[in-house]
Design a protein around this ligand. Structure first.
Ligand code: SAM
Length: 184
């Protein structure tokens, strides 16, 4: 069993200081197989940047700006989804992986500044990626890797304009017309 649908809910984003990290949360969510990111703050630039990246690198990843975290959690639960909040204070990931893998729909919540206590109550699991403080990007990547049945590092993104050809040295990137030519 593997999780079919993952969305990431980003809490506490402060536009004046979290732009890079929140962008990296979104890009990591996309690269490791999430369907989209819900941003519980108003920062349209984040949505635009990630959407633009996704259109060039493929897949159907979405970003929804300025959501209400509580409403999104409630809607998610009403459609049978479960909620996993990543926090260094939670149960350690190795003890939660088998339960998480059984879920069809999983919302993964990551914070920035202090996460409101209510989120700990609303979550089905508060999960730590080790009980030491580190980063929401690292926590998300490790979690998504551990709960995935297939290897997220070899995922293929459909409708990509750009595709990297793995190369020992230097950089090789194919544009979609070059890819089409290669296939025919
Ligand atoms: N000081 C904040 C608090 O107590 O809620 C956390 C700040 S931390 C830089 C930002 C986010 O990274 C957290 O909300 C959590 O989602 C994630 N995070 C950091 N370390 C983690 C860990 N060991 N396990 C899981 N998530 C972690």
């Amino acid at each position: 069993m593997t999780v079919k649908e993952i969305v990431v809910l980003r809490l506490g984003h402060r536009p004046e200081r979290d732009k890079r990290v929140t962008t990296h949360v979104g890009l990591t969510a996309r690269a490791f197989g999430a369907c989209g990111m819900l941003l519980a703050s108003d920062d349209k630039k984040i949505t635009e940047n990630i959407t633009e990246m996704s259109s060039r690198w493929g897949g159907d990843f979405f970003v929804k700006n300025n959501v209400s975290a509580e409403k999104e959690i409630q809607k998610w639960k009403e459609t049978g989804g479960k909620v996993c909040h990543l926090s260094m204070y939670g149960i350690n990931l190795p003890d939660a992986v088998s339960e998480l893998k059984k879920q069809q729909k999983l919302m993964i919540i990551v914070g920035a500044e202090k996460v409101p206590g209510e989120i700990y109550e609303l979550a089905d699991w508060n999960v730590a990626v080790g009980n030491q403080p580190h980063s929401e990007v690292a926590a998300l990547a490790v979690t998504m890797d551990r709960i995935s049945e297939s290897d997220p590092l070899t995922a293929v993104f459909e409708k990509a304009e750009l595709t990297v050809v793995p190369t020992a040295k230097g950089k090789t990137v194919l544009h979609d017309n070059e890819l089409k030519n290669k296939k025919t």
